[in-house]
Ligand binder design. Structure first.
Ligand code: NCD
Length: 332
């Protein structure tokens, strides 16, 4: 793996499988009464959040703490950023405090890339969502969730998603989750289809490694997983569809539509959900919807990413012996 995680395109198939496998190991920690490993003791992880977020920030915080790192939460609101401090000056401050990793969420696409390639900081940069660009750890936790559900927890180890058909539905234009997922799922061998109203399909989608469809009902019976995207009202500066009712009627997932999916197929949503818009309450609350599981899996994935970035580029085997060593250390 590289020193930073900015885009899902930074990951090879083997990198991605290693992260998913490591996350399975990390998930075992979450099943124990004491959910902590001493692996990143003495390391500092800074959560640098310029945009509102609940689950992603909490998830990175829980992940870093479960690995015993020191965590500093830096939110732009109430900090010198609101006094006009630049990203550069903030970065230099974090560097001076000895940040080993900076987890950054920013409203501007490209901010994490700038931070990673500026020479301002030596630590690893992890993109936790930048504008409408990418959100690679979300794609990883989604891939992890799909692998667990469709291949199996133990059976999935070492495996990718070859041949699985995954459909991503909704506001693809404004969705960093969609971009990262299309790239990562393709790297893992899945066949990806994006479904959206024509106004919410990005220009240049032809170059994405996926199919495009405007007909949700036609694609549902051929999907192993259906990922619903939140309609990103806060990023819409124009009318992209006539009314919310019209959107829900054509592109929302309701009970009738869910019944058209194969029996084994799952429904996913990165959250936060707009119930009644892209997903009905009936679907959101059904057993087939993995939204809550995705949140839990997010912690394991972020533990794996922080571990692999800060703990060195070990192979899966070396990793296993390291966690074994940790277990021994704990029992002694
Ligand atoms: C996503 C995000 O922020 O990009 N949510 C998240 O990470 N929990 C998706 C969204 O906001 O719709």
């Amino acid at each position: 793996m590289k020193h930073h995680l900015i885009s899902a395109a930074d990951l090879t198939r083997d990198d991605a499988v290693l992260i998913l496998d490591t996350a399975e190991e990390m998930a075992r920690v979450a099943d124990r009464p004491i959910k902590k490993l001493p692996t990143l003791r003495g390391r500092t992880v800074v959560n640098l959040f310029y945009e509102d977020s609940t689950r992603t920030r909490i998830s990175f915080e829980a992940a870093a703490k479960r690995l015993s790192a020191d965590v500093i939460n830096f939110s732009a609101k109430g900090s010198s950023v609101s006094k006009g401090e630049s990203l550069k000056d903030t970065a230099l401050t974090l560097e001076a405090m000895g940040a080993d990793a900076v987890v950054i969420r920013h409203h501007a696409s490209g901010a994490p890339y700038r931070l990673a390639n500026s020479g301002w900081i030596d630590g690893s940069v992890v993109n936790a969502g930048d504008g409408t660009h990418e959100h690679p750890t979300q794609a990883l936790l989604d891939a992890f969730t799909v692998r667990r559900r469709l291949v199996g927890r133990d059976a999935g180890m070492g495996r990718d998603l070859a041949g699985r058909r995954i459909t991503i539905v909704g506001d693809v234009l404004h969705s960093r989750v969609a971009r990262s997922n299309v790239l990562l799922l393709n790297t893992l061998g899945a066949q990806v289809t994006v479904v959206a109203p024509p106004t919410l399909v990005p220009i240049g989608v032809e170059s994405w490694p996926c199919e495009v469809s405007y007909d949700l009902d036609a694609v549902l019976p051929k999907s192993d997983a259906v990922m619903m995207l939140r309609v990103q009202r806060e990023r819409m500066n124009a009318a992209f569809f006539p009314t919310e009712r019209e959107y829900a009627r054509r592109y929302g997932l309701n009970g009738d539509r869910m019944a058209r999916m194969p029996e084994h197929a799952v429904v996913m949503h990165p959250g936060p959900m707009n119930r009644g818009m892209e997903i009905t309450a009936e679907v959101a609350d059904s057993d087939r919807c993995t939204a809550v599981e995705q949140v839990a899996n997010g912690v394991s994935i972020r533990m794996a990413v922080l571990y692999l970035l800060l703990g060195g580029n070990e192979s899966a085997a070396a990793h296993t012996s390291r966690t074994d060593a940790v277990r021994t250390e704990e029992t002694e």
